[in-house]
Design a protein around this ligand. Structure first.
Ligand SMILES: O=c1ccn([C@@H]2O[C@H](COP(=O)(O)OP(=O)(O)O[C@H]3O[C@@H](CO)[C@H](O)[C@H]3O)[C@@H](O)[C@H]2O)c(=O)[nH]1
Ligand SMILES: [Mn+2]
Length: 363
């Protein structure tokens, strides 16, 4: 049975790679005691905590962490009417953290995810592995059968075209989970006791043209390369669907990465996921998504972005247009989602002006 590392095991001295270029985004409705276990790995970094639910509740952040915390009142104050695109009472609210960050990289993690141990019993520094994944190229155009060719002790195998060995920039690094796997509600219901104890020591590039189910629990990405596509779609309060926020972001992200020649990796690092959310509550949140996705997936598989979509924002706005045209017939929700996608980009660009900054002040 997989077990989390103990706090002392995770206490090994750590070189904080990208310390000033990466923010850690945590959505929470609970408390942040889990940070104690991550302290050796996370303390050097800036945290962006997105407090969901009742803004009058005080979330206690353990001493010694450098953080900014946003509750719903802050989101409404900062975004005004555009706050409508940020979900309420759902972990999808985390994407507000991506928008307000000023850093090049983001790592997002849930507050019920702990430090896992590798088969040797060593505490896994998930953040360090994500950074390695993001800083080394991806290989979406041709599959390397010895997995990550840029890893120490591996390489491209015979027959791998030399013209493709440079790879492409990596936009996202999708980590996995020991103990409670990210199963959908029906699977959770039929396999309530299943725990993931299998540690697969591999990092794979997801091939171009292939979609994947992106889980937001243990995820890192290059905000400058793909940030605007990481909109965790409208879920939670007042929405007909839940637990598809990260999936939506993953499908949009992968289509845009394929179009722009960027890579997405999955595999290491593992975290130890400790809490199984209630499968009955999850079923209520997911059930429409379970049959809608039979139409959503073909939509993304067939989505074509015009050549003049040369930035993530342009790609995303084009995707929103196609969602409105082709998915609104599935349910009026997609009409609302398409509008929210546009609002998200407008809000993103407002908070992250790329042109000359007015009055020379930092945005
Ligand atoms: O209303 C809410 C509920 C939760 N949160 C915070 O979000 C994360 C995840 O919450 P939890 O661990 O309860 O849910 P899981 O089912 O394990 O989450 C996984 O399923 C996906 C569904 O969205 C999600 O991407 C995965 O993370 C915790 O940090 C909660 O505190 C919230 O902010 N608001
Ligand atoms: Mn969880």
């Amino acid at each position: 049975m997989a077990e989390p590392a103990t706090a002392t095991q995770a206490a090994a001295p750590v070189v904080a790679l990208l310390k000033d270029e990466l923010d850690i985004v945590i959505p929470t409705i609970r408390n942040l005691d889990f940070l104690e276990m991550w302290r050796p790995f996370f303390q050097p970094y800036h945290l962006i905590i997105v407090q969901d639910g009742d803004p009058s509740k005080t979330i206690k952040v353990p001493e010694g962490f450098d953080y900014e915390l946003y509750n719903r009142n802050d989101i409404n104050r900062i975004l005004g009417p555009k706050a409508s695109c940020i979900s309420f009472k759902d972990s999808a609210c985390r994407c507000f953290g991506y928008m307000v960050s000023k850093k090049k990289y983001i790592f997002t993690i849930d507050d019920d995810c702990f430090v896992a141990k590798d088969p040797s019993g060593k505490a896994i520094n998930a953040l360090e592995q994500h950074i390695k994944n993001l800083l080394s190229p991806s290989t979406p155009f041709f599959f390397n059968t010895l997995y990550d060719p840029f890893r120490e002790g591996a390489d491209f195998v015979r027959g791998y075209p030399f013209s493709l060995r440079e790879g492409v920039p990596t936009a996202a690094s999708h980590g996995l989970w020991l103990n409670i796997p990210d199963y959908d509600a029906p699977t959770q219901l039929v396999k309530p006791l299943e725990r993931n104890t299998r540690y697969v020591d591999a990092v794979l590039t997801i091939p171009k043209g292939t979609l994947f189910p992106m889980c937001g629990m243990n995820l890192a990405f290059n905000r400058e390369l793909i940030g605007p596509a990481m909109y965790f779609g409208l879920m939670g309060d007042g929405q007909p669907i839940g637990r598809y926020d990260d999936m939506w972001a993953g499908w949009c992200t992968k289509v845009i990465c394929d179009h722009l020649g960027l890579g997405v990796k999955t595999g290491l690092p593992y975290i130890f996921h400790s809490k199984a959310s209630n499968p009955f509550v999850n079923l209520r949140k997911e059930y429409k998504g379970i049959y809608w996705q039979e139409e959503i997936i073909p939509f993304f598989q067939q989505a074509v972005l015009p050549k003049d979509c040369t930035t993530v924002q342009k790609c995303y706005i084009e995707l929103a247009k196609q969602v409105k045209e082709k998915l609104s017939k599935v349910d009026p929700y997609f009409d609302k989602l398409a509008d929210a996608m546009v609002t998200w980009i407008e809000a993103w660009d407002e908070l992250n002006p790329t042109g000359p900054v007015p009055n020379g002040k930092a945005a």
